[in-house]
Every structure is written in C-alpha cells, then in structure tokens.
Design a protein around this ligand. Structure first.
Ligand SMILES: *[C@@H]1O[C@H](CO)[C@@H](O)[C@H](O)[C@H]1NC(C)=O
Ligand SMILES: *[C@@H]1O[C@H](CO)[C@@H](O)[C@H](O)[C@H]1NC(C)=O
Ligand SMILES: *[C@@H]1O[C@H](CO)[C@@H](O)[C@H](O)[C@H]1NC(C)=O
Ligand SMILES: *[C@@H]1O[C@H](CO)[C@@H](O)[C@H](O)[C@H]1NC(C)=O
Length: 437
C-alpha cells in the first residue's frame, strides 16, 4: 500500500500535488489481519496479455510482503519492473532495505527479472524512504557521496535503471520528518546529471506527483527541460488524488479526467497531469502513467452513501472512523516513529476477499456499485460495514489504456505488483494499449 498519513498541511494544500504514493511501509504492518476468504489471496494466475509493442508495461515490486515475494511475481505482461527497494539514509547514502538473497531480496529479484527478460530498475525513496533526500544532495560533496552509493549498488546487483521516488522535492507534503529545502528540485537535477555522467548507460526515471515538482518559490515548476534531457521517463503517480486519511469527501483515487467535475472537486487527474508535465518540457513519449491496483475505503452511513438508488457523488464521510482495508493494511508507526491509523486501502484482490466484488471483478450481490463517467472510475458500497471504496477495475483500466494510446504516452506503471487478481487489471490495460480490446 502507499502510505498512512495524518498530515494536517495536506488539508490546506492542493491534494493532487500532495498525493502520497508508493511508499515503503514497515514489514510488520503487512499481515495483521487474515483474509476473509481463503479462495482469494494476493497474486494472479491467468494467462497475461502481452504489452503493447514498444510500450512501457511496468510495475513496482514492494519487497516487504511476507506472503508475496519474488517467487510470486507473474512477469508476463510486463517489460519493466522496479524493485522497491532502497531508501535514503542519515549517512547520506542510498541503502537496501532487505538482505541480498532473502526471498524478496535484490539478488533474488535481479536473477528472476533477467530470466524473464524484464528490464530491472531500482527504486530509491518512497513515502517512508525519502527522509534524507534533501540533505543527501544539498551540497556538491554530499551529492558525490550519494551518487557513489548508487553507483555501487547498480554495479553490485546489475540494475539497468534507477528510479527516484522522492515524495516530494521542495514540498512539506511528505512525511513529517523529511529534510527539505527550496533548492531541492535544482539539487535533484545536479544529482541526476552527476549520476548520468558516472553511468551513461543507466536508464534514469522518476516517480512524480501529478503536478510538476516545486521550484524554489514553492510553486509547480514550469520549465523542466533539463530534467527531460537526463531522465528517460517520469512515472506520474496519478493516485491518492482523494483518500480517506487526507480528504474531506469521497472522491476518485485515480481520476482519468476531472474537467467534468464541479470546480471544487477538480484536484488533479491523468489528463491535467499530462498537460502540466508536457507544458513543463517532457514529451508525451517520456510520460508513463502510474495506475493503481487498489482503492481507498471510507466510512459512510447508508443514508449519506446511497441517494436516489445510486451512490452519492463526492459525499462527506466519517473522518473520525478509520477504515481498515485488506490483509496488507494495518495501523502502525511511520518512518518518523509516529503512529498512524490503518490506510483503509483495498487491493483489487482485497475487494474480492472482502466480499465487495465477485471473482470476475463484477459488483457482488448485496453491494451497490457505480461507475463515475467523469473520472472513469468505479465506486462500491457495502451497506453492512458502511464502507464505500473508490477503486479501479477492468473498465477504468481499459479507459486508462485508451488514454495512454490516444495521448501517445510511453505506457503504464502499476502500483503494485501483487495487487491485481487473475490479471484482470493488467489484461485490460495491456489489451487497450495493444488494441486487442
Ligand atoms: C507465493 O508463492 C508461494 C511459493 O510458491 C506460495 O506458497 C504462495 O501461496 C504464493 N502466495 C500467493 C499470494 O500467491
Ligand atoms: C551532508 O550530509 C550529511 C550526512 O548525511 C548531513 O549530516 C549534512 O547535514 C548534509 N549537509 C547538508 C548541508 O545538508
Ligand atoms: C554503453 O552502451 C553502449 C551501447 O550499448 C556500449 O557500447 C558501451 O560499452 C556501454 N558503456 C558502458 C560504460 O557500459
Ligand atoms: C459518458 O461519457 C461518454 C464519453 O465522455 C459519453 O459518450 C457517454 O454518453 C456518457 N454516458 C453517460 C451515461 O453519461
């Protein structure tokens, strides 16, 4: 899952820019509850559709799940996989979070990726792993120390790419104990250039918020052309646009579009993000759309949730009633040591395990579902538990795949490997991009 946060500042900032994403969460949080159905577990088993020709089909593999290790990865349908991974350290270096040859270790991962002809990338950072980015790159000598630690890891393990998932440069929207500076984005560029000089063949990329990184004035950058020269891709994390731990109303986790929503509800989307990043200097061919295999659950009474026999649009919810999502969700301390409630996140398989959806992804009997035509994403409500989930399904992944194709984007990146069920989401997006559905 992505994160568990209680950041007061998020409430007064544009949520889209603040949207936290692929995080590093302590492994202790991975299995506090047991799945409600033994028929449903993380993972996917059916025959995958191949990725569209020349298109990036990527996922992030999180190395902290005890019940989903490298051996569980279904590589088919992907051509790029990012190992999640490494974090920043107080010593100013990037470090691995698990031992080399453990079942989810980097050596195990690289061996399997190469056997499966999938391009192996190392992710550094994440929601819980970005604490020391700013201090690690703030001076020339610190940058050299940081870059050398990355070069050592790349050479040691054989990663062919490195992805920076800094949440977020020049912003207070990240974890509460992150180091930060107005010079973050400028320093990030210098660090990337130094790394590219050290390892010219390394594929560099970055996982980004929906709005371009802040410049020294604290506003989204309008000119990132120098970044576009050093980075192969940006993976725009178009999720957590709304979430139960930081929003005031139930909204789409991953809106394709929001221009048809009420003005106050236009907080970011794939279409607006692509406009902003291309205006800042990235070509569409360098943009990979981040897509979620999970949704956010919200506590909401039946009378507020269901109006005129359909699910209400952007309803308020019980902000003081945290929802616990599936078995990968749990409360616990964040990387600053501050206790956080459960995130309320349900993976796609978790929605099936939790009785919201049938095994084919359709809305289960007794639940109420709605497909929002504006965001092109579904909602489902369980009247028994009074939980509404804003999620993604085959229809929304098909819409996202069509958008990637029409906008000429590089491809997609799935957060996260293991969140899908029977490749329902993967097949939908690959099918749309390759034109076979
Ligand atoms: C992961 O793989 C192990 C070993 O093959 C297997 O026992 C386990 O059931 C798998 N877990 C999932 C979630 O598929
Ligand atoms: C340089 O790195 C060291 C080690 O991480 C750190 O203690 C120091 O604060 C950094 N310098 C700056 C100016 O951030
Ligand atoms: C980089 O790639 C090129 C082309 O594949 C190759 O000729 C060159 O030796 C590589 N350089 C390094 C430092 O690996
Ligand atoms: C949903 O949106 C599509 C395209 O934007 C439009 O063609 C269709 O008529 C809409 N459907 C409804 C029920 O509003």
């Amino acid at each position: 899952m992505k994160f568990s946060l209680a950041i007061a500042s998020l409430l007064v900032l544009p949520f889209a820019a603040a949207a936290p994403t692929c995080s590093l969460k302590s492994s202790s949080a991975a299995s506090a509850t047991t799945p409600t159905s033994t028929a449903t577990s993380p993972g996917s088993t059916s025959t995958p559709v191949n990725p569209g020709k020349g298109s990036v089909a990527m996922a992030w593999f999180a190395n902290w799940h005890t019940d989903y290790t490298v051996a569980n990865i279904t590589w088919k349908g992907f051509n790029r996989m990012s190992y999640f991974g490494a974090i920043t350290s107080a010593a100013g270096t990037a470090i691995m979070t698990v031992s080399d040859s453990s079942p989810s270790g980097p050596v195990t991962f690289i061996t399997a990726a190469k056997q499966n002809n999938v391009f192996p990338v190392l992710t550094i950072g994440g929601w819980d792993g970005s604490i020391y980015f700013s201090s690690s790159i703030s001076t020339s000598s610190n940058r050299t120390t940081f870059v050398q630690s990355i070069v050592s890891m790349v050479n040691k393990y054989g990663f062919q790419g490195v992805e920076f998932d800094w949440e977020y440069p020049g912003s207070t929207n990240g974890l509460s104990c992150n180091t930060e500076s107005p010079q973050d984005t400028a320093n990030l560029l210098s660090m990337l250039q130094e790394l590219k000089t050290a390892l010219p063949n390394l594929s560099l990329s970055a996982a980004t918020p929906v709005k371009p990184w802040n410049d020294a004035t604290g506003n989204p950058s309008t000119d990132l052309t120098s970044f576009a020269k050093v980075l192969d891709y940006v993976e725009i994390m178009n999720y957590d646009v709304y979430g139960d731990t930081f929003s005031k109303v139930v909204g789409p986790n991953s809106p394709l579009d929001d221009s048809c929503a009420a003005a106050a509800d236009q907080t970011g989307s794939a279409t607006s993000a692509v406009k902003l990043w291309t205006a800042a200097g990235f070509s569409a061919k360098q943009i990979v759309l981040g897509v979620p295999s999970y949704g956010h659950g919200y506590s909401i009474s039946q009378s507020a949730a269901v109006q005129a026999n359909t699910l209400a649009s952007y309803p308020s919810f019980n902000t003081n009633t945290p929802v616990t999502g599936d078995s990968w969700d749990a409360a616990g301390p964040d990387a600053c040591g501050i206790n956080q409630p459960a995130s309320g996140d349900f993976n796609f398989w978790g929605l099936i395990a939790g009785g919201f959806l049938n095994e084919d992804g359709s809305v289960a009997s007794g639940m109420t579902g709605r497909f929002d035509n504006c965001s092109q994403t579904p909602y489902v409500y369980n009247p028994n538990t009074q939980v509404m989930v804003a999620y993604d399904n085959a229809q929304s992944f098909t819409a996202k795949g069509n958008f990637i194709k029409q906008a000429g984007l590089a491809g997609f990146a799935l957060w996260e490997m293991g969140g899908d069920y029977n490749n329902i989401l993967l097949n939908a997006i690959n099918g749309a991009i390759s034109g076979s559905s």
